[in-house]
Design a protein. Structure first.
Length: 269
């Protein structure tokens, strides 16, 4: 089969899926990668929405930050300047020039998916929500930056406001988010399809169909193309939609429709 024939089978000719068992695996892999790209789109958009929310909240918080400078590795303000805690939907921000709060206090502020940020007397502290992604990428959900570091020596209130003044997220960031989203999306889809292949193999053995595990995997990958597309469209409306479960069961259904007319193994011999 040509790749075009494989593609047409995936979306328009489900009863012909049984012929995918003899197709080159390289053509099937392209379908798998295409499904991965599709499924990574809503994840990317959701992450970018979070970035935009955090950016908007950061700009809101920045307006409340008084003038300050870094002197001898410590945050300095006018004597009458008081510290404060500012909470938005995505950030809990602490400004503490008097040194009344510790990094432990800032960490305790983290709730749900909120980020905790602290401009403390001697350190800039960032705490991310505890998640497998943050820990796996950063080894920790805690980021500590001493004001004595060269990048922070010239930090001041005006610099923060200027840095957050840009309303748009750079395209490079969006591309990086999309590329990062591809990896967990591919793994999730692959695990779903392998699980489905075990079920499909049991089904074909019970039905006495002459397909191997590898052939079932190829057919199930192609069967998952249409459910993946439908899943993406649904996620635009319902972001919390369980795409993995839908893809698993929808792919198995299409798989059974595609192989149901397969000649059975003659066990009477």
């Amino acid at each position: 089969m040509t790749f075009i024939q494989v593609l047409k089978t995936a979306f328009f000719h489900i009863p012909l899926i049984k012929f995918i068992s003899k197709a080159d695996f390289s053509k099937v892999i392209v379908i798998l990668l295409g499904s991965t790209v599709l499924l990574a789109i809503p994840i990317t958009l959701q992450v970018i929405d979070i970035f935009q929310d955090v950016q908007a909240d950061s700009q809101e918080i920045a307006q409340s930050i008084p003038d300050f400078t870094i002197v001898d590795g410590q945050l300095q303000t006018a004597e009458e300047t008081e510290g404060f805690i500012y909470q938005t939907n995505s950030i809990i921000f602490t400004f503490d020039p008097q040194g009344k709060r510790t990094p432990t206090d800032v960490a305790a502020d983290v709730t749900g998916s909120r980020i905790a940020v602290g401009l403390l007397k001697e350190q800039l502290i960032v705490y991310l929500p505890s998640s497998g992604l943050s820990v796996s990428l950063l080894d920790s959900n805690q980021l500590d930056f001493d004001y004595s570091e060269p990048a922070l020596r010239n930090l001041n209130g005006a610099a923060i406001k200027d840095a957050l003044a840009n309303q748009s997220i750079p395209w490079l960031i969006k591309i990086v988010v999309f590329i990062v989203a591809l990896y967990p999306t591919f793994l999730s889809l692959l695990v779903t399809l392998i699980m489905g292949t075990f079920i499909a193999t049991i089904y074909t053995k019970l039905k006495l169909f002459p397909y191997t595990f590898f052939e079932n995997l190829k057919m199930l990958i192609v069967s998952a193309a249409l459910p993946s597309l439908i899943s993406v469209l649904v996620q635009f409306i319902l972001p919390s939609f369980d795409s993995s479960t839908f893809i698993l069961f929808a792919s198995l259904f299409l798989f059974t429709q595609g192989v149901k007319n397969t000649p059975k193994i003659d066990i009477s011999r």
